[in-house]
Design a protein around this ligand. Structure first.
Ligand SMILES: [Zn+2]
Length: 271
C-alpha cells in the first residue's frame, strides 16, 4: 500500500491511498466516525442558572462543545480500573464555568470554561454557550469523559471522514474547436481549454458525476472519465479534538484489535 499526503494541517488531512480496496477504506472511515474516542462533557451539575435557558439545553450545548483530547492520559470509563460510576482522575476531567452579566447583556463563550487540566479545554474560545441579560448568572461544574461516536455524536472526533475513487480522465485526443460543453458543465471546473485542446486542470476535484461525458455531442463521447479500482482519495476533517492523522492511526489500531478478537473467537470455537 502506498500513501501520498496531499494536505496536512491541524484540522484537515487529504491523502491518496493506492493498492487498497473498498472494504478496508470503508472500515477505516466507519471506525474514525464511530469508534475512535474523544473527550466530551457528559455530566453537568448546575449550581446557579438564572438565565432564560433551561439547564438541559445548556448541558446539551456544553456536551456538543468539542474539547481537545489527550488519548494517552485518560481511560474510557468502562475500561478504567476505578470501576466507579463517578469516575477518577484517569477517566474524568472537571471543568467549571462561572459567568455573570454585571454591566448588561453579554454572550458567554467557551473560552470562559476553566478546566482542571490545561490540556483538556474547548478547541475554540469563541463558541457561544449562552447569552445572559443584566444580573443573570450561570454557575456550573461539568465532567468530561472519553466516549465514542457510536454512543453519541458529541464523541465523534471528526466532522467529516470520506473517501472517493481516484479519478482517471482521458481528454479528447483531437482538438474540439466548436464546443466547450464538457468544460462549461463541470460543477468542479475540472477541465480547461488550452490552445483549443481540452485538458485536465484539477484532476482530484473530479467527483465522477459524468456530466462532462453526457454533455459531449459526439457519440461515443470524445473524452473518457473512469476511476482507478484500487486507489482512493481520503479526506478527514477533525473537530479539533485530535489531529486528523491521530484519528486515522487510532482507527487502524482499532481495526487490528477487532480482527485479533475475531481470530481469537474462531480459535475458541470447538473443532
Ligand atoms: Zn476511572
Amino acid at each position: 500500500m502506498k500513501i501520498e499526503v496531499l494536505e496536512k494541517n491541524d484540522i484537515n488531512l487529504h491523502i491518496v491511498v493506492r493498492d487498497a480496496d473498498v472494504p478496508l477504506m470503508n472500515a477505516l472511515r466507519r471506525l474514525a466516525l464511530a469508534e475512535v474516542p474523544c473527550m466530551a462533557i457528559e455530566e453537568v451539575v448546575m449550581i446557579e442558572n438564572s438565565s432564560i435557558l433551561q439547564d438541559e439545553i445548556i448541558a446539551h450545548r456544553l456536551g456538543l462543545t468539542p474539547l481537545k483530547t489527550d488519548l494517552d492520559a485518560y481511560n474510557l470509563p468502562e475500561a478504567c480500573e476505578c470501576k466507579s460510576e463517578f469516575g477518577c482522575a484517569q477517566c474524568r476531567v472537571t471543568l467549571t464555568l462561572d459567568a455573570e452579566a454585571k454591566d448588561g447583556t453579554r454572550t458567554v463563550y467557551s473560552g470562559e470554561i476553566v478546566s482542571e487540566n490545561p490540556e483538556i479545554v474547548p478547541v475554540s474560545d469563541k463558541i457561544p454557550i449562552i447569552k445572559l441579560a443584566k444580573n443573570q448568572k450561570l454557575k456550573l461544574e461539568a465532567y468530561a469523559r472519553l466516549g465514542i461516536g457510536k454512543t453519541h455524536a458529541k464523541w465523534q472526533p471528526v466532522s467529516m471522514c470520506a473517501y472517493k475513487y481516484y479519478p482517471k480522465i482521458t481528454p479528447p485526443a483531437e482538438k474540439c474547436p466548436d464546443c466547450s460543453k464538457c468544460i462549461d458543465i463541470c460543477p468542479k471546473k475540472v477541465l480547461d481549454i488550452k490552445d483549443e485542446k481540452v485538458e485536465v486542470r484539477d484532476l482530484l476535484a473530479c467527483n465522477l458525476c459524468m456530466d462532462c461525458v453526457d454533455a459531449c455531442p459526439k457519440k461515443p463521447a470524445a473524452l473518457a472519465v473512469e476511476w482507478e479500482k484500487n486507489a482512493f482519495v481520503m479526506s478527514i476533517e477533525s473537530t479539533g479534538a485530535l489531529p486528523p492523522e491521530r484519528v486515522l492511526k487510532e482507527a487502524t489500531k482499532l481495526l487490528a484489535k477487532q480482527l485479533n478478537e475475531f481470530e481469537e473467537q474462531i480459535k475458541a470455537e470447538p473443532q
